[in-house]
Ligand binder design. Structure first.
Ligand code: ACM
Length: 387
């Protein structure tokens, strides 16, 4: 399969991020991170002289279309490496396809964990790298009564199950849990905001994704709920969603993620500047953009080392590999195919960016099954900004 020796032919990779549909805003930024990395790889000489080329389709935020395009990439385009997927329902649809044809999916989105496929490399946060820290932070800073609201699919159900365990085992209480269809209208979000107001929790845990994120925040703002007293805490609401909803209604809410655009390292500043130079000054970066960016570089170095794009060779080269990403150094775990990442807590500010208020001192090993997670790494956290 596709073992290449002295060819000068381009090496093609599949790129499956939605340009339309409910999660297109965040998926467009994953696509942007991927294309920026591909450009940088080619500017630096490609894969040992061969150009890396994207073969892209728009799966429209629909799991069945993700599966169909993955199969088309593999069987018609003869492309065996796919960079893509945001919603867990779309990843779950693609996995049987890549497993059947021994292809490789590189997945740059935080998700609910409790999964392993030898044909997938997971570069977004696992629950021990975002949920554990968020639970600890929210209980410490706001209180233990939580209202959960999510979109109606697998990631919110499972992420809420994990968050419930983390909160209940620390003596907290769940005062509400509700799910809305991905395309739910404004009135539904307003009804949920009313329920939240009535339940008066200490904080809200939102696993709403895509276009609904803006509606939830708008409904919250319309009821004049106060983020300083009862914020929305999330693993998914990032700079892209804030740009969509407007900074004024996001301000004060909390997100747990390994990357924020506001990270002040030189690597990040330069990377954001290169992205703006390519895609326009008004773009924002975010955790999913960053994972899409660094996973493409990790893939390219594996291809260079093996001097080919054969999936069995890449599956030998990728585990254990490291990259100096905009968040700091990252590493793919040899055993579980997930990525060592550095937890951070951000609070949205008036400019549509996040003030990073706490961060781990080190990267945290991914533990997608929450087998042995502890707060040890996180308890070595540093408070970055005073609250
Ligand atoms: C997600 O569905 N993994 C955000």
């Amino acid at each position: 399969m596709m073992k290449s020796t002295k060819s000068t032919e381009p090496i093609r990779v599949g790129v499956l991020f939605s340009e339309t549909g409910v999660t297109s805003v965040i998926e467009e930024s994953e696509r942007m991170g991927t294309l920026l990395a591909i450009q940088e790889i080619n500017d630096a000489g490609g894969i040992n002289g061969r150009e890396l080329q994207a073969v892209s389709y728009d799966p429209g935020s629909r799991p069945a279309k993700f599966a169909a395009f993955a199969e088309k990439l593999i069987l018609e385009d003869r492309v065996h490496v796919i960079l893509g997927c945001y919603m867990s329902s779309t990843r779950k649809a693609v996995i049987p396809v890549v497993e059947r044809w021994n292809a490789l999916l590189m997945y740059p989105t935080l998700y609910e964990g409790f999964e392993y496929s030898r044909n997938v490399i997971y570069t977004g946060a696992a629950p021990n790298q975002n949920s554990v820290q968020l639970a600890e932070f929210m209980l410490r800073e706001f209180g233990s009564r939580v209202f959960m609201v999510g979109s109606d699919y697998i990631y919110p159900y499972e992420s809420n199950r994990i968050m419930s365990d983390l909160i209940l085992e620390r003596g907290g209480e769940k005062v509400g849990e509700t799910y809305l269809p991905l395309d739910a209208p404004w009135e539904d979000y307003l009804a949920v905001a009313k329920k939240i107001k009535q339940a008066a929790p200490d904080f809200i845990f939102s696993t709403v994704v895509g276009d609904g994120t803006a509606l939830l925040h708008r409904a919250y703002a319309q009821l004049k709920l106060d983020p300083a007293a009862m914020p929305i805490a999330s693993l998914t609401t990032c700079e892209a969603e804030i740009k969509q909803m407007g900074a004024d209604i996001a301000e004060g809410h909390i997100t747990s993620a390994p990357y924020f655009q506001s990270i002040t390292t030189e690597e990040n500043r330069l990377c954001v500047a290169r992205c703006k130079a390519r895609f326009g000054d008004d773009i924002v970066t975010n955790q999913c953009w960053e994972a899409a960016y660094f996973q493409t570089h990790l893939l390219a170095s594996a291809m260079r080392r093996m001097n080919c794009d054969s999936v069995p060779d890449l599956l030998r080269a990728l585990p254990g590999s490291e990259f100096a990403a905009p968040q700091g150094k990252v590493r793919i775990d040899e055993h579980n195919h997930h990525t060592y990442l550095r937890p951070r807590i951000g609070r949205a500010n008036a400019t549509g960016q996040f003030d990073i208020i706490e961060e781990g001192r080190h990267w945290v090993r991914p533990d997608p099954y929450l087998v042995s997670h502890t707060l040890q790494d996180w308890s070595a956290r540093v408070q970055v900004n005073s609250r």
